[in-house]
Design a protein around this ligand. Structure first.
Ligand code: MCN
Length: 729
């Protein structure tokens, strides 16, 4: 066809690969890891898997030619549901593996069986987390450019992980492409939400195509492709049990999961449920804990990290189950939480699942949230509406969440069998003109690192924020980094920057002391200025010292010219942001429609660098959580076809669908790092779904409704009401 340069099948491209697309998280020793070629060979396992590559002069020509590719498919049996896939005789997604079970991972602490058999109260709940389809404003895209003079390739990709992408692609997938010959550039990336934390087939394909054609090759995903071929989130069944006393004191937590991996393992697919595995007891203090997750293959696109990754599932389970416990023992949801909270603490504190929470004051957050929302007044109004039998009933939902982020101590990652480290790096280069260049290993895609990193450096080195230039997202410019995900960037990359600043200050102090002819100890330092103690007029600023370090005319003995420092920081612990969210809804008992009328969030992310950015993160996070609770659901038919392949079927909320949020914060500095900061990038998404669903159930509980399912669409809510009434709808 016109303009076509090349057409290849999976077999044609076989020599381009040394192996599979990588999965970096084999969570158990006996995990089953299927082969995953960038382009299918012989068998296709989910709709959206690439079967051929077409390269043409223009996008339109390539699209036309791709449509003309004719594929001879022979139908194979399909399994789309994870629990079905575990049944005896279910079609096998990978016949060579002999089973659809990918792995089973367990964690147990305390005498679980005894606690559950002796407890006077046991609450059993079952929840399902639907498939979520990430919708970054900018879909994925990649351009591979051969650089013949250097025998290398530059890959521009809309990725969250330029560093990991470079290493993983060259270590596992691309044949004959040394890591030193690949440069990855992630320019301004329009959102990712976890979906761009991956090594994708298309990235390997554009590299292969550029190598074969000797020309730059570009691929940009369209929204519908995004729905078919980008990783997806959640798709987990949970059986959750709480053991408690008659008063509602929590004694034990059991959570058994069946998690849908999809047809293949992408970069961190199997590990996602494990990121929540330690958090199913939330901010409470049971003595026994039991977690089990079975990962399962189905004929659907792979799941992987999606904002919150494992922690929304854990938070939903415990926060919904705590409400169920409250109903069972006849207590108010606020009261049941208060009587089970960990007491306030400021130092690392052991919890039953084996983690050490860094700091927290959970009761204070709840008190503040209830005060802001006017809890007692709302309960009164709720009672009045119930008494009147109003069509629109009021519901109040709580979520007193905790999450673990700031990924991650490398040794803990090793214990969890993750294949890389959790450190990050920062370089500060003080230029002779007084300007400062920061090179960071994080890779922002909407989180504002340029702003907050500039603030950290401006504060510590006393230079104007405008004078700080932050460079990121190019492996040739910032060779060291572990990128952005898991709300890690401030707590790891930002802390690395703090340590680099300390190194710069230490060197500058040596030079200042030499120039001022005093001992280093006789210098005071504040906001970029060294002064001689007792003679404050004798001073040197960081820019002045940067200049003398550059001229190197008169440096102390054994001092290298230049004022620059790099620090690579490996955190000693995670950080544990927490908070109390209260959602107030009106549910129309005739139509099942839910309207969120108030949403109050009191979050604690330790010390805050930039309050406006933190608020923005919380806003976006809550909106994404509300979307999960009320709107989003990826559905497949029995043949594995996506039934919600666009935004007319897969609903995402618009601005008018969410209220103005009422936010506040408490501050318990993290004991993990010297800045006392905790992450905030995912908190809202983790906290919001149970707050919303608890509110919907609360609005209808007097009718006998105890669950509505996610998303709580008007139809689902209406059916729950009819069922509670005995209508059996
Ligand atoms: N911050 C702060 N003070 C704190 C905590 C954070 O000022 N105590 C600032 C940080 O300096 C940073 C921002 O808040 O500018 C977020 O920091 P952090 O919590 O460290 O999270 P990351 O930067 O590592 O971002 C990752 C996180 C994740 S995992 C997802 S998913 C997500 C999210 O961020 N995807 C996003 N937020 C997103 N926001 C946008 N716009 N787009 C995405 O794709």
């Amino acid at each position: 066809m016109p303009g076509v340069i090349a057409v290849w099948t999976g077999e044609d491209l076989a020599t381009e690969w040394q192996g599979s697309l990588p999965c970096a998280w084999p969570v158990t020793e006996d995990i089953r890891m299927p082969t995953h070629w960038p382009v299918a060979r012989g068998e296709v396992r989910h709709v959206g898997e690439a079967v051929a590559v077409v390269v043409a002069e223009t996008r339109a020509q390539a699209k036309d030619a791709a449509e003309a590719v004719s594929v001879a498919y022979e139908d194979l049996p399909v399994v789309v549901d994870a629990e079905e896939a575990l049944r005896e005789g279910a079609p096998l997604v990978h016949a060579d593996l002999g089973t659809n079970q990918c792995y089973t991972w367990t964690l147990s602490a305390g005498d679980v069986d005894r606690v559950f058999s002796e407890a006077p109260v046991v609450v059993k709940e079952r929840y399902y987390h639907p498939r979520l389809i990430p919708n970054a404003i900018e879909p994925r895209g990649a351009i591979a450019v051969p650089v013949p003079a250097q025998g290398e390739f530059t890959l521009y990709s809309a990725t969250q992980i330029p560093h990991i992408l470079k290493t993983a692609l060259t270590a596992f997938t691309m044949a004959n492409m040394p890591e030193s010959k690949l440069r990855v550039i992630a320019p301004d990336v329009g959102g990712g939400f976890g979906s761009k934390l991956n090594v994708y087939a298309e990235e390997a394909m554009v590299l292969a195509a550029a190598r074969r054609t000797g020309r730059p090759v570009k691929w940009v995903e369209e929204r519908q492709e995004n729905y078919l071929s980008t990783i997806q989130g959640r798709d987990v069944y949970q059986d959750v049990e709480l053991a408690a006393t008659e008063e509602g004191k929590l004694l034990g937590v059991r959570a058994h999961l069946v998690a849908d991996m999809g047809a293949y393992l992408q970069l961190v697919t199997p590990g996602i449920p494990l990121l929540g595995a330690f958090l199913y007891h939330g901010v409470y203090t049971p003595e026994a804990y039991d977690f089990r997750c079975t990962g399962v293959f189905t004929n659907k696109p792979p799941t992987d990290a999606y904002r919150g990754a494992g922690r929304p599932e854990a938070t939903y389970a415990i926060e919904r189950a705590m409400d169920a416990l409250a109903r069972r023992v006849g207590k108010d949801p606020a009261e049941i939480r208060r009587m089970n909270f960990m007491p306030p603490f400021t130092e690392p504190t052991d919890v039953v699942s084996g983690l050490k929470y860094d700091s927290g004051d959970y009761a204070k957050q709840l008190d503040r949230a209830l005060e802001l929302v006017g809890y007692d007044q709302l309960r009164k109004e709720q009672a009045e509406r119930r008494a009147r039998g109003d069509v629109k009933q009021l519901g109040i939902g709580l979520s007193t969440y905790i999450e673990m982020c700031g990924l991650a101590p490398s040794q803990v990652l090793s214990a969890l069998r993750y294949a890389a480290g959790g450190w990050d790096a920062a370089t500060i280069r003080c230029l002779p003109t007084g300007k400062v260049v920061v090179v960071t290993g994080t890779s922002p895609h909407g989180q504002g690192h340029v702003t907050t990193w500039s603030q950290i450096v401006a504060d510590e080195l006393g230079v104007p924020v405008e004078d700080v230039e932050v460079l990121h997202g190019d492996t040739a410019v910032s060779p060291l980094g572990m990128d952005t995900y898991g709300s890690r960037s401030l707590a790891v990359g930002g802390v690395a920057l703090h340590f680099a600043a300390q190194k710069v200050i230490a060197k500058a102090r040596r030079i200042a002391a030499h120039e001022l002819e005093v001992a280093e100890e006789d210098l005071d330092y504040e906001a970029g200025r060294f002064t001689v103690r007792g003679a404050p007029d004798r001073a040197r600023t960081i820019p002045e010292i940067a200049f003398s370090a550059w001229t190197a005319h008169d440096l102390p003995p054994d001092t290298e010219p230049g004022l620059e420092a790099t620090h690579v920081y490996d955190p000693g612990n995670f950080t544990f942001p927490s908070g109390a969210h209260v959602c107030v809804v009106e549910v129309d008992t005739e139509t099942g429609a839910t309207e969120i009328v108030r949403y109050v969030a009191v979050d604690d992310c330790g010390n805050v660098i930039n309050p406006m950015i933190v608020e923005g993160q919380v806003h976006g996070g809550i909106t994404q959580g509300i979307a999960e609770a009320l709107f989003e659901e990826g559905l497949y038919d029995d043949h594995g076809n996506l039934r919600t392949g666009g935004m007319t079927e897969y609903l995402v909320p618009a601005a008018a669908d969410v209220p103005s949020y009422e936010l506040d914060r408490t501050v318990t500095p993290s004991s993990t790092n010297p800045l006392g900061v905790k992450g905030i990038g995912e908190a809202g998404t983790i906290a919001a779904p149970p707050a919303v669903i608890n509110a919907v159930v609360d609005a209808l509980s007097h009718l006998g409704v105890t669950d509505v399912g996610k998303p709580a669409t008007p139809e689902r809510v209406w059916r729950a009401i009819q069922q509670a009434k005995g209508g059996g709808a």
